[in-house]
Design a protein around this ligand. Structure first.
Ligand code: F6R
Length: 256
């Protein structure tokens, strides 16, 4: 299902509202969280909502999608740092209910296996929030990742390292490897919300729309899931066929 909004702000607010609704409906929910520029306004809005309408977060559990290998919690570009800066430092989720892959683990393979087991042990993800890479990655599952994958080490693609180079002093500093939740872990979430905003995501959103289920385009795995919402602003949706806009009538007015 597509939801298309006029602005990034509206799309982000809608996404934050989906998270909030899930938390309100089930204070024991297991949330799968993402990082990246797209999620910043989502977390900002979620915090605003929670300030206005406080909710007990003490029973909530979170699992982040991914983490760079070799960046510790103090590194400003680690995803652990990002999550604390943008969300966790401002919320009262108990630290032991916050889960991120450990990019500094000595036994990285063991840590990956334990991560997927922890998700399943917690009862699975109630809602998984996703962004999308310009090459169609979800989490850091790069093109040609097996759709039956569990949490694993991934060699980051040149495209991803180029895209994410904007966060680092220079591209050489972008880690070459990361740990990512696997596609199978993601597909087992009860509900998935993928948010894409801005012109930079227009081409991949069109590719995704036209694609069959194909490991060359990791996000196409979502076509196998029965409860996925794709949330777009009108820039990210701008290369989608008119048919998608027609089906989105009532969700947004005046686009196109
Ligand atoms: C990050 C993640 C990635 C990003 C994607 C888009 O945890 O899972 O898949 O969602 O790379 O990143 P931005 O939002 O920076 O364009």
């Amino acid at each position: 299902m597509y939801k298309i909004f006029n602005t990034t702000q509206e799309a982000s607010h809608y996404t934050a509202q989906r998270l909030l609704t899930r938390i309100q409906a089930n204070p024991h929910a297991n949330l799968g969280l993402a990082t990246g520029s797209t999620m910043e306004p989502v977390y900002h809005r979620l915090l605003e909502c929670l300030q206005r309408e406080p909710v007990d977060l003490s029973q909530l559990t979170t699992f982040n999608l991914d983490e760079y290998i070799g960046l510790d919690a103090e590194h400003a570009q680690s995803y652990r740092y990002y999550m604390h800066q943008h969300l966790f430092n401002k919320l009262s989720i108990p630290e032991d209910k916050i889960n991120l892959p450990d990019g500094m683990a000595m036994d990285v393979e063991g840590a990956c296996q334990a991560y997927s087991e922890a998700i399943r042990g917690a009862g699975g993800l109630d809602l998984q929030l996703l962004g999308i890479g310009s090459n169609g990655h979800i989490g850091f599952n790069e093109p040609h990742t097996c759709f039956s994958s569990r949490t694993h080490v991934i060699e980051l693609s040149e495209q991803t390292r180029l895209d994410n180079g904007r966060f680092f002093v220079n591209k050489k500093e972008v880690p070459t490897r990361a740990i990512t939740m696997g596609i199978q872990d993601i597909l087992e979430a009860k509900e998935i919300v993928l948010l894409a905003t801005g012109m930079k995501k227009a081409a991949i959103m069109a590719d995704l729309f036209h694609s069959t289920v194909d490991e060359a385009l990791p996000a196409s795995a979502l076509k196998q899931h029965s409860n996925v919402t794709i949330v777009l602003d009108c820039e990210a949706a701008s290369l989608l066929p008119q048919q998608v806009f027609n089906e989105a009538v009532g969700i947004m007015e005046g686009v196109r």
